[in-house]
Design a protein around this ligand. Sequence first.
Ligand code: PMV
Length: 319
Amino acid sequence: MTTGPVGHASAPGKVILLGEHAVVYGEPSLSLALERRIHVDAEVAERASTVNGHALDPARHGYIHHAIQLCALATPVRLQTRSNLPSASGIGSSAALSVATVAALLQLAGRAADPATVARLAFETEYQTQGAASPNDTTISTAGGAVLLSPRPLPLGEALWRLERDGHQWNAHRLHLPLLPLVLGNSGQRARTGDQVAKVRRSVERSGFARDAIREIGTLTLDAVQALQARDLVTLGRLMDRNHTLLHTLGVDTPQLARLVEAARQVPGTYGAKLTGAGGGGSIVALTEDPERVRQVLESHGAQSFVVTASPRGLEVTP
Ligand code: PMV
């Protein structure tokens, strides 16, 4: 039985509608929080830190290891995690883990686990673990709902917080969007975000085409926000299709993802489809009038698929 201080927090996964990879270079991105979440419980341990009953291994538990370092805990900790988010699948499990762990550790240490502080420390956790990252995933996981990141503050929605690193600035805005009929399809191919971000970096350093693709993704993300405000799903779908082509140019599409995207687009009533998250495997997202049909088609192509329930819930810290 636990008698000492404890920390309990949970945080959601996410789907990136537009802007992945480009957001690492400071371009805008637009994401929604999912209903699926990770829960983390923390308590003080007597000797060494543990994760789900195993000794903490910095190689295996990279995000947790960095979160503990960044929160500068004075004692070893015992952590338990529970999740219904598949990992390495493009839907933000590592960000949700970082956010929930940071918040549980701050609570355990008796420190304020306010969203802006957690978002900053969780971003740093992802950055240090992956070697590069944008604050996209950790911000949406902390805030919940729908979030637009942009390099400058915009007169849109509600201003949340600003994060800076490597000469880039990301201003987070909470947007109030109409409910979008979206379907996710997980290819089952696992890909590490850090590897895909490094791959894109090599392209960006070598090729003007890649640099143009990054800029165009930023522009079309802002166009998509306008389309959303006008409830113009046809334009939004077209922009998602174009975003997928640009991600293909950047080298993070795979034959399997391309097949899933194509299969979703063939369903009558589908406005657009693209890979979502880091790519190299992971998931696709489709915007469609017929979510159940798209879900079945994606399953018949070997994907694990579900209709997206976007969630207003972000980080939750339980007393
Ligand atoms: O695949 P995920 O869920 O880790 O998403 C990665 C999103 C990127 O834009 C590719 C990286 C980042 O840090 O923003």
